[in-house]
Every structure is written in C-alpha cells, then in structure tokens.
Design a protein around this ligand. Structure first.
Ligand code: C2E
Ligand code: MG
Ligand code: MG
Length: 807
C-alpha cells in the first residue's frame, strides 16, 4: 500500500490534465497496491456519481453501474455513495456476506471481490466524489491501510485543486489579454461607434473560450438597445432591444437589473435562475448558460452596460467580473471623452455661429454678410453674371423704438427679418448690418426688371401692418440698389453705393427703392436713348464687323476668323457689344442686326478670296433670339446664296444655354444647320449648364473654352482642371477645341501641353477691321500656299474624325 501511495503521488505529479490524473491514480493504486480493482467517481448535477476512471478487474461492470448520491434511493446505498454523503471512508471486510451490499453481491462474486473500501475525495473542504478500492481477500483492509487510501484520495483532491487554480490562472491571463486588446481598441478608436465596435470585438477575440458574446447596450425611449456587439449570439445583434420594465421582481433581464441598480448583475446558471425567466427559452436555444451585465457609470449614474454571455455554467467568477468592471470603467471614461470632444465641437460651432449671426434675428451679421458678398462677387465674375445688393433701412424705426419701447422695437426687427427672409429666394442672402439696417443680396438678378420686381415685392411685404404691444403698426422701408458689376466690382463699393442709393430713396419720400445713380443712368440711357439709337443704327450704317483670327496650336496657321460686331454711335462713341447686344436681344432688334452680320461676314470672306487670299472659315455668333427665330435658316441660306460662300466655310457659334433651353428643338435646328454643311461651335463653354453627356447628341464640330477659365490658367488649379476636362471631353467626342481669350505665352504653353487644338486671343491678335485681317492672312505662313484650294480649308473645317472631307 505504501508502494501504491508513492505510485499515485508520482502519477499526480506527472499528470497534465484532470482526466489523465484520474486514470493514472487508478492505475497506480491497482498495480502498486496489488489490488483487484479501483475506480474514481465524481458527483454530477442530477444526483449522479459518475464513474470517470478505473483500473483492474471488473472496471466494465463499474462503468455501467448506476450510482446515486441520493440516500433514499436503492442506487444510493453503495460504499462510494455512502462515503460521498458522509464524507468519510466506508469499508466492508466481507462483501459477499454484507447485507447492506447485497444489491451488488452477484456482480462482486462474478468479479471476485471479497473486501472493499470507499474514501471521499474532498476539495476545499467539501466532498466532490469518492475513490473505490476492492480486493480479492476478505479482511484485507486494516485501519492503517484505510488511512493510506484516505491520504491517496486527499492527494487527488489537492491535485484537482491545483488544476483548477492553473485553469483559473490561464483564464485570467487570457482575460488580461482580452482586456489589454480592448484597452488598445479604446486608445485607437476615433469615434464612439468605432470604440464600441472595437471593444466588443477585442474582448470576444481575447477570450472566445469564455465569452461567446459581448454587447454594449444603451438606453433610449424605454428600451435597452444593443449599439455594438462582438461574438456569436444572434439574439443580441446590433439594434436588438428589450423594454426596460417596471416590474421589480420577476421576468427581468440581467441588463435591466444592472442598469437600474448601477451594480453588476450576474447569473452563473442562467437556465436555473428564478429571476430570469423572460429570456430563458431563447438563451437555452442559443446555448447561453451564464451571463453578466456590467453597468457603464458616469457621475454615479449608469448610462449603458456591457452584456457578456458564456456557454459555460459558472463562467463569471468574481475575478472575471472585476476585470470586466475595469474594462467597463475604461470604456465609460473613453466614451465621456468623446462626449467632451463633441461638446467642445458643439461649443466651437456655437461660438462661430454667434460670431457670424445677429443674435436677435438670427440673420447673418455684418461680418458674415461681407463674406457672402465676397463669394457672390467671385461667382458673378467667373460666370459673367450680375447680381444686386439691396440696402434696406426702415423708415420710422426710431419713432417706434422711442414710443413703444425697445422690446417692441426688437419684435419689429424680428418680424422684418422674417418677412425679408420669406420675401426672397432661398439662394438669396438676407443679413442685418445693425440697427434697422438690412441688406439683401439678390443672386441671379438677370435684368433690371427682375430686380425692380424683387425690390417692389419687399416694400410690399414690409408695409403690411403688424401688431406691437397691442398697437397696429405700419412700417415702411427705403431700399437702395447697387448692381454688380456696373455699380462696383468689390464689396465696399457695392455696399457703399447701395447705401447712397438708399439715402436717395429716403430723400425721394421714403417707402421706395432707388437704383444707384450709375445703374439708373445706364438704365435710362441704355434703355431709352440706346434703344432709339440702336433702332436707327442699321439704317444709319453705324455697324461694322471686326474679325479675330483663330490659330492652330501646332502650326501657328490662321484657321479661321470670328466676326465680332462693332457699333460706333456719333455721340456715344464706340459702344461695346456687351452693352448693346443684351438690349438688342431684349428688344428683338438682334434679328435684323444678326441678319446683317451674317450677310456682311459672308460677303467679306468672299471679298478676301477675290483679293487672292485663301479661303478661311468665318464664325458668326448667334443670339438666343436668333436661334429661336423660325426664319434663321432662311436668313442663313440667303446670306450664303447672296455671297456665294461655300456653306462649309460658315461656322455658327451658339451657347450652351441656347441649346439647353429646349433640347429637342435645338437638336432639330442644329441638325438642319449641320445638314447644309455649315459648322457649329459651342461658345463660352463651361459657363452654362449643359451636361457633358448631352453634348454628344448635338452635331457640334467645335467647342470654345470660355475666357474665364483661361484668364487665371497659370495660377488656378481649379481652372486648370476644368480646361483639361473640357479638352479631353472635346477630343473624346471628336471635336476641335478652341481656347478663348489667350493673352499670355504661359496660357498658350499650358494649353499646348494639354493638347488644345486652337487658340484665339490678344496674344495673337485682337479683333481687327477687315483690311488688317487681310494683312494678317497675307503674312501668315499658310498664305504661301496656293490660294483657293479647298484642301487648305483648315482642320476645324474639315475634321478627320467626324465625317469625310466635305469638299
Ligand atoms: P464671344 O463670342 O465669346 O467673343 C469673344 C469676345 O472675347 C470678344 O469680345 C473678343 O473681343 C474678346 N476677346 C478675344 N480675345 C480676348 C483676349 O485675349 N482678352 C480679352 N480680354 N478679351 C478677348 P467682344 O467683341 O466684346 O464681344 C463680346 C461678346 O458679344 C461676344 O463674345 C459675343 O457673345 C457677343 N457678340 C459679338 N458680336 C456679336 C454678333 O455679331 N452677334 C451676336 N449675337 N453676338 C455677338
Ligand atoms: Mg463667339
Ligand atoms: Mg466666347
């Protein structure tokens, strides 16, 4: 027996797992102590003593024997069960004749068992099972031997404790790994969402063997809602929620308990927990056996929780929970840091808002207005548009303020702000400069009529009566208007001129608007004098055409010219097209004027040819009114017929907005033009609203990059990108790309580098009278070639890519 004891001790030292330990101990006892057999039984849930290992004769019989811990059952009367229950050795010196064991007598006789002993296996003071030893001799078990067997079982219990400690240590190590992974995630996370996701993922990854699921839960609207999750349990996917119940006793969830109490809640045997009946069935299906909820605490109150599930019974030891609490603390801390950062961002935004808005009316203040005006100027400059600044001052504000008090005055200002805001489009700007001074930026003020309508509308809404302190009040306002660019090209000038105009409106009797004097002058002269003058311009022969050459980028040859209208008035002098073309358009005079331009341009081109110059392409601009005119095709045909100019030498320039206005009609019109062999160009490309994808439906030969993109080409990366995009789109569609307004060598270099086909601009030549153009043509390199050769019609007129050479 001493040999057996020392053999089992050795086995204990060498065993690497509990199963191995059990088996080795039995083996050592049987062979060392020359016993007939030995078995090891452990208590299991459900009153069972389970046979876990055995050695020697009769092991098979032991393995199948049913052994109960229940003292009232027949199966609970054996030696092992008695030793387990009483937690002391039980011995029989004559098994065959022992009445208490007669139930097993048959088996004992078959195996040859004559005496037997069972000793308890204890761990930390409580009995967890028993070892059973039997011998083939009666009376073979002295007290001394029993004591030796007891010591053997003690050592087994000790070894099992050791294993348990090892496992706990390992689990803690894994938990630490999980915790540090989660902490790392906390440090790395850039947003709340990322933090929650990373922490959950890291915690589960760190210890999959314990957690099968961890989720972060937050309250909201009477529910606890999963906001992040890691692991496998489908029941707690993100978005899943459970109502926070009022019931205090039954049917609660661990989350609810923890959330309400602010302390962790745990259930180490979920299915048996009487508190948690609500989710029992679902968790049983999912295999969840224990769970814990750890609240996230800030300022002593829970604002969320971790919910951790395990498939093991008893997974959540005190140590594990304290680790999870640390994780929860870290997460709470990190989350409140995010909150603070959010708060700071909100505060910054608030400060910025306060700095740029008037606190009474919530309108942009003077500083913001200045900035918005700056943007408006930038945009208008780029797209050659105008817009208006309306300076608005209330007419009787001081009287109201003095008689009804400041509060009433404030209420009035708020109401005026509201009315102004509702009186203009959302894209317009309404700002308060201070006191009773407001300002409106009317974007897209295309014509004076539109501005007048807008200003009149504002006077109207402002003059509606309103109730102040129970008094019905009537206020009116005076409005001064300055128009960009006529009345100023910078913020100060525009605002100042609008302000001055406002004073004129007051002087004129208030409750009215006045344009700034220069605009008023332009308006009167341009609409009255100019209009009459324009009506006579044709018959009085005041128009002339100048011609500006377009040059091939590669060869430097003149490929064609653009006819540009000039009006010389005896009193007004030379009126630039920008001043009179819009008026001609507005009045419809552009149709007869345009007809004249067509005839003149074609005739001039043929005149050059008759003088021995080579045929070149002649570009003529069309206005919207002309393009919409039913008789345009007739006019064009007549101009060609009258001059004898081949249709292929004519190029008509249209703008994006003209063709976009009515696409089906435009396509029909352009096709009709194109079918005559006449070429088509899109002028001022990039300033309109055409979609690039629509361009391919139009029979366009040439596309002209607007001057506004060329002007700052050397310095403005945005312009560079736009120019590049237009060039590549044009090339992809087989069009000739011309850059307008090229003034510098640097612009030309950029355009050449980016494969622009042709350039037009002051760099090569300004628009010049016919004779000067003839000189240019005569001195240009290509003039050395024989004249009047159709092959010499330049590239843009005979594109290789679109259709066969037309001549
Ligand atoms: P557009 O058709 O885009 O003509 C180009 C304009 O840019 C011309 O202005 C030309 O003188 C100018 N330009 C050319 N190269 C440069 C340059 O390097 N730098 C600068 N700063 N400007 C350059 P213009 O002659 O004042 O004509 C202005 C606009 O009036 C034309 O723009 C065109 O839309 C319209 N227009 C001119 N003649 C006619 C016409 O006969 N009929 C119609 N409907 N419109 C015309
Ligand atoms: Mg043009
Ligand atoms: Mg242009």
């Amino acid at each position: 027996m001493f040999a057996a004891l020392s053999a089992t001790n050795e086995a204990i030292l060498r065993a690497t797992s509990e199963d191995e330990l059990h088996q080795k101990v039995c083996d050592a006892a049987v062979f060392g102590g020359k016993l007939l057999g030995a078995g090891l039984l452990l208590a299991e849930p459900g009153d069972q003593l389970k046979f876990v290992a055995g050695a020697g004769t009769g092991v098979e019989a032991l393995r199948s024997a049913i052994c109960s811990t229940d003292g009232d059952s027949d199966e609970g009367q054996g030696l092992a069960a008695s030793a387990f229950r009483a937690c002391r050795p039980f011995v029989t010196d004559d098994y065959i004749n022992d009445e208490s064991l007669r139930r097993w007598r048959g088996a004992a006789m078959r195996i040859g068992i004559r005496s037997a002993a069972a000793v308890p296996i204890k761990r930390q003071g409580s009995c967890i099972g028993a070892m059973l030893f039997y011998l083939d001799q009666p009376n073979a078990l002295s007290d001394e031997i029993i004591r030796l067997l007891e010591r053997m079982a003690e050592n087994v219990g000790f070894a099992l404790d050791h294993f348990e400690r090892e496992r706990a240590r390992e689990r803690m190590a894994r938990m630490f790994a999980a915790l540090s992974a989660a902490n790392e995630a906390i440090i790395r996370a850039k947003t709340r969402e990322e933090l929650c996701d990373l922490v959950c993922a890291a915690a589960v990854l760190g210890d999959r063997s314990i957690f099968n699921h961890i989720s972060l839960v937050e309250p909201g609207g009477g529910f606890l809602r999963v906001v992040a999750a890691g692991g496998v349990a489908k029941a707690n996917e993100i978005g899943a929620r459970t109502p926070i119940c009022d019931s205090e006793e039954e049917n609660r969830s661990l989350g609810e308990i923890a959330f309400k109490s602010g302390r962790f809640s745990v259930s180490n045997d979920y299915l048996a927990d009487p508190r948690l009946t609500r989710f029992r069935e679902r968790l049983r299906v999912l295999g969840v056996r224990s769970a814990t909820a750890i609240p996230l605490i800030k300022d002593g109150k829970s604002f969320g929780l971790f919910f951790v599930q395990s498939t093991h019974i008893g997974a959540f030891t005190a140590e594990l929970i304290s680790l999870l609490q640390r994780l929860a603390d870290n997460v709470s801390f990190a989350l409140s840091n995010f909150d603070q950062a959010d708060e700071k961002a909100r505060a910054d935004q608030q400060i910025k808002y306060l700095a740029t808005h008037d606190s009474l009316t919530q309108l942009p203040n003077r500083a913001m207005y200045s900035q918005l005006l700056h943007f408006a100027i930038e945009a208008a400059r780029r797209y050659d548009r105008r817009f208006a600044v309306l300076f608005i001052d209330l007419d009787r504000f001081k009287i109201i303020n003095d008689s009804l008090g400041h509060e009433a005055g404030d209420a009035l200002l708020v109401e005026v702000a509201r009315r102004l805001r509702h009186g203009v489009r959302a894209s317009d700007v309404v700002a308060r400069l201070g006191g009773d001074e407001f300002v409106v930026i009317l974007n897209e003020a295309a014509d004076i009529d539109g501005i007048e309508r807008a200003a009149g509308g504002l006077l109207d809404v402002l003059s509606q009566p309103l109730q102040l302190n129970g008094h019905e009040c009537h206020t009116t306002a005076s409005i001064g208007i300055a128009v960009y660019p006529t009345d100023g090209a910078d913020e100060q000038t525009l605002t100042k001129n609008a302000d001055i105009a406002m004073y004129h409106a007051k002087e004129d009797g208030k409750n009215r608007f006045r344009f700034c004097s220069s605009e008023a002058k332009t308006r009167s002269i341009e609409t009255l004098t100019l209009e009459t003058a324009l009506r006579h311009a044709l018959e009085r022969n005041q128009f002339a055409l100048h011609y500006q050459p377009k040059v091939d980028m590669a060869s430097g040859d003149i490929t064609g010219v653009e006819a540009l209208l000039r009006w010389t008035h005896p009193d007004l002098g030379v009126v630039p097209p920008a001043h009179f073309i819009p008026l001609a358009e507005e009045t419809g005079l552009i149709v007869p004027i345009g007809r004249w331009v067509l005839n003149e341009a074609c005739a001039q081109n043929m005149a050059w040819q008759r003088h021995g110059l080579r045929p070149i392409s002649m570009a003529v601009n069309l206005s919207p009114r002309q393009f919409a005119d039913e008789l345009l095709l007739r006019d064009v045909d007549e101009a060609l017929a009258a001059s004898g100019m081949p249709a292929v030498l004519l190029q008509l320039e249209v703008t994006e907005s003209m063709v976009m206005r009515n696409v089906p009609r435009a396509v029909k019109m352009l096709d009709a033009i194109r079918s005559r062999g006449i070429r088509l160009a899109i002028d001022d490309f990039g300033t309109g609203y055409s979609s690039m994808s629509l361009m391919k439906h139009f029979p366009i030969d040439t596309i002209k990059i607007d001057r506004s993109f060329v002007r700052d080409l050397e310095t403005n990366p945005e312009d560079q990108a736009i120019a590049q995009a237009i060039i590549s789109m044009g090339r992809a569609l087989g069009m000739t790309v011309v850059a307008e307004g090229v003034e510098t060598i640097e612009q030309r270099a950029f355009l050449r580098d980016h494969a622009c086909d042709e350039i037009q601009g002051y760099l090569f030549s300004k628009p010049v009278p016919p004779q000067q153009l003839a000189d240019l043509l005569g001195s240009a390199p290509a003039a050395a070639s024989p004249p009047l050769q159709p092959e010499l019609v330049t590239r843009s007129e005979a594109p290789v890519s679109r259709d066969p050479a037309p001549l």
